[in-house]
Ligand binder design. Structure first.
Ligand code: TTP
Ligand code: MG
Length: 373
């Protein structure tokens, strides 16, 4: 790679809750959550930092949240105002760069490598962006600045809320070495548990494995793990594309001998898929579930069904159906969803596959992803 890039990841602090407090100042100083009602089995979309001190979290049942935080004010989400704030923030970004990749309403990557403001100092540029958002939109955001997307994303969490953190090129090695593997894109509970069995807790531990070993333990994801645990991530910041579908797939180092072996791989793939879909929840709805199988002789088949969710059980059924078509060892398994955009005017299409997701918080239960909006 040529010159070191300057990538920022900007993420609003307790986004929906901050907008609600901004628009109703009498809420300031109270623990608040935005979400469905406890009486109607609603879930918490987010809550302010005060409510977090009581243990309230995103995707928690509102009834539980109210129990552990008795004074909790629960507000119904109103997406229009969140969208408007998000658009206003994107307009501010555009004063600094055109290379903006929104991940959801409240977070985006910016490539600031060519921005000349403040003589190209990314940390001064980002301070200015944050100050302008505070002034013009009246909410706070946190930011990470680093030579790549992975590190920028991790760094934006470092001084949250209302903070920023820079990972200088010379710090990468030590910064990543101590990072828990759970922070890596695409490492969810299942993969993290597998790593724990191998004695791996941190990225430093993962570096003890060579490429072949990672490949044999983690299939095609192994290659990416090799890079990530060294802080290497060459993905470009990609201005928004419209997706028709989203999928994750794995080519196995050794062919899966039969249906049971295939079924055993599903939870791991499913977890990665949920993490990726989580990022799209503001923009897309699910229209179909899809399973792809490539048999050892490279013959592929896909099976799909109309569905508004990403239910694991449905993927099992699709896999069983697809496997019956071949009844022989399997070299690749993929699962995915066909998507339709929520907003009007999003009509272009392009398929995006298998680039690991920049989400490091736990996936929300799937029903929470698309409901109540
Ligand atoms: P996040 O950025 O994950 O959370 P946040 O902005 O509320 O808090 P933080 O300060 O930790 O960044 O998500 C952005 C918004 O997306 C959040 O305000 C509400 C919504 N959301 C859901 O609706 N369900 C979920 O499970 C999560 C995690 C977020
Ligand atoms: Mg946020």
């Amino acid at each position: 790679m040529s010159a070191v890039r300057k990538i920022a990841h900007i993420d609003c602090d307790s986004f929906y809750a901050s907008i609600e407090i901004r628009d109703n100042p009498s809420l300031a100083g109270l623990p608040i959550a935005v979400g469905g009602s406890p009486e109607r089995r609603g879930v918490v979309a987010t809550c302010n930092y005060l409510a977090r001190e009581f243990g309230v979290r995103s995707a928690m049942a509102s009834a539980t949240a109210r129990r552990i935080c008795p004074g909790l004010v629960i507000i119904k989400p109103e997406m229009a105002r969140y969208r408007a704030a998000s658009a206003q923030i994107t307009d501010i970004f555009r004063d600094y760069t055109d290379i903006i990749e929104p991940l959801s309403l409240d977070e985006a990557f910016l490539d600031l490598s060519s921005c000349r403001h403040h003589r190209g100092s990314a940390s001064l540029i980002v301070s200015e962006i944050r100050a302008r958002i505070a002034e013009e939109v009246n909410i706070t955001v946190s930011a990470g600045i680093a030579p790549n997307k992975f590190l920028a994303k991790v760094a934006s969490d470092w001084n949250k809320p209302d903070g920023q953190f820079v990972v200088e090129p010379l710090m990468i090695d030590s910064f990543v070495r101590q990072l828990p593997v759970r922070k890596l894109f695409g490492v969810g509970k299942v993969t993290a548990a597998k790593m724990e069995k191998l004695g791996v807790q941190s990225c430093g531990d993962l570096r003890d494995f060579d490429r072949d070993q990672l490949d044999s333990h983690f299939g095609s994801f192994g290659k990416r793990l090799y890079d990530l645990c060294r802080g290497v991530d060459d993905r470009a910041v990609q201005p928004t594309r419209i997706r028709k579908s989203i999928s994750v797939e794995n080519t196995f180092a050794t062919d899966l001998p039969g249906l049971d072996a295939c079924l055993a791989e599903l939870p791991g793939l499913h977890e990665q898929l949920l993490e990726r879909i989580e990022k799209l929840r503001d923009k897309y709805r699910i229209s179909k579930q899809v399973v792809k199988i490539k048999f050892h002789d490279f013959i592929s088949t896909t099976v799909e069904t109309l569905s508004p969710t990403t239910e694991l059980q449905k993927y099992r059924e699709l896999l069983e159906e697809g496997y019956q078509r071949g009844l022989r060892p399997v070299r690749l398994l993929g699962i995915g969803a066909r998507l339709s955009p929520v907003h009007e005017g999003m009509t272009e299409s392009s398929e995006v596959k298998n680039s690991a997701t920049p989400k490091n918080t736990a996936s929300a239960p799937q029903l929470a992803l698309f409901e109540e909006r």
